[in-house]
Design a protein around this ligand. Structure first.
Ligand SMILES: NC(=O)c1ccc[n+]([C@@H]2O[C@H](COP(=O)([O-])OP(=O)(O)OC[C@H]3O[C@@H](n4cnc5c(N)ncnc54)[C@H](OP(=O)(O)O)[C@@H]3O)[C@@H](O)[C@H]2O)c1
Length: 333
């Protein structure tokens, strides 16, 4: 079968379309004919050899996909979207049964491929931030009082996880602040429901948050930049605020003097979908809520660009340069 192979560790130039042996499912796995693959920042890191647990090349790239289940008699079954660690960008892939979900009826394969990583990660970020509870059912709020909306700062708000976080935040009634390098991207995310866009090329986001919240700060920051941004994000939270760290897109080692946390009783929480995906009850509870929202037509993966698999290097380059809006999808068959 045809597959996108990481031939050695490096940039997009190490990717090659090659013929590889067919995928064969183990007993707890299902075989899927892949129609589309979702590109993630983690795919760049995997190609570079910088993603924890990556096997030595050659290996097939890709961690998220949508397609058709292949049944034991080689017929096509359900339309599914799924999550795996590698080998999704191929004509066929195998996946754990519990990491495959039905594609909503009116969705294309491209939309399905753009869903799992972004929406599970964004959902878990709100969970770690303690913000999944609707404000009007919080213990200390009288039912007749309109509670103040919780505030979240979302870095890379115009990206894959960022746009998913905006859609979920809107459903949760969150006041959202988001950073991006581009006014044009921010204008598009505003249409999704982002209330406060901050162009970090023009404005220091720590100062902007101070100004926009009358000096109070936000309840949580979704932080995926690394380097100095961990400490700078802590500076953006109000009392007892939480910084959810889930990436390091700058490539710089996260820096934080933990004494910075004392003053406001702030905390830092880690989030890694690769690890959480092995926790079945947790994934099931997330899917219960996400599938309810999907059934009500409330979530719509934002796709910035679709590339044929043959142009995977261009797709990786677009993401590497930070020029993508929403999700980049590879059309596979
Ligand atoms: N822990 C987990 O389980 C998990 C799961 C999914 C994703 N992640 C992490 O979340 C982050 C976003 O992932 P994604 O797949 O949704 O990507 P993405 O946000 O669609 O793309 C990355 C975006 O980050 C921004 N950015 C800021 N500094 C950058 C830099 N130095 N290099 C490249 N981009 C930079 C760019 O947007 P602007 O130009 O608008 O700033 C760019 O578009 C990544 O750090 C990823 O590793 C973690």
């Amino acid at each position: 079968m045809k597959a996108l192979v990481i031939t050695r560790f490096g940039g997009p130039e190490v990717l090659e379309l090659q013929q590889v042996p067919d995928a064969h499912p183990a007993p707890e796995q299902l075989l899927v004919k892949v129609e589309a693959g979702g590109l993630n920042f983690a795919d760049l890191l995997t190609a570079r050899g910088g993603y924890a647990g990556t096997p030595k090349p050659p290996l097939t790239a890709g961690r998220e996909f949508a397609g058709r289940e292949v049944t034991s008699n080689n017929a096509f079954g359900r339309r599914v979207m799924g999550y795996t660690q590698w080998a999704a960008f191929a004509e066929k892939t195998v996946a754990q049964r519990n990491l495959l979900w039905p594609v909503p009826e009116n969705w294309t394969a491209e939309q399905g491929a753009a869903f799992p990583v972004n929406f599970f990660t964004a959902y878990f970020a709100y969970w770690k931030a303690g913000l999944l509870v609707q404000p009007n059912v919080q213990a200390n709020v009288h039912p007749n009082d309109k509670p103040a909306a919780a505030r979240v700062l979302i870095h890379a708000v115009a990206g894959g996880v960022g746009t998913a976080a905006v859609e979920i935040g809107k459903l949760l009634g969150i006041e959202m602040y988001g950073t991006s390098s581009s006014d044009e991207k921010l204008a598009r995310v505003r249409e999704l429901g982002l209330q406060h866009g901050i162009n970090y090329k023009q404005r220091d986001y720590v100062e902007a948050i101070k100004d926009l919240t009358a000096g109070e700060g936000v309840d949580a920051v979704f932080e995926m930049l690394g380097g100095e941004h961990v400490a700078r994000s802590v500076r953006c939270v109000r009392d007892f605020g939480r910084v959810i760290v889930y990436g390091s897109a700058t490539g710089e080692t996260p820096q934080l003097d933990t004494r910075l946390l004392y003053a406001k009783g702030a905390s830092v929480h880690g989030l890694w979908l690769s690890y959480l995906s092995a926790n079945r009850p947790l994934m099931e509870s997330a899917w219960k809520q996400l599938s309810e929202w999907l059934a009500a037509g409330k979530l719509h993966p934002v796709i910035g660009k679709v590339f044929p698999l043959e142009q995977a290097r261009e797709a990786y380059t677009l993401m590497q340069e930070g020029k993508n809006y929403g999700k980049i999808v590879l059309k596979i068959s």
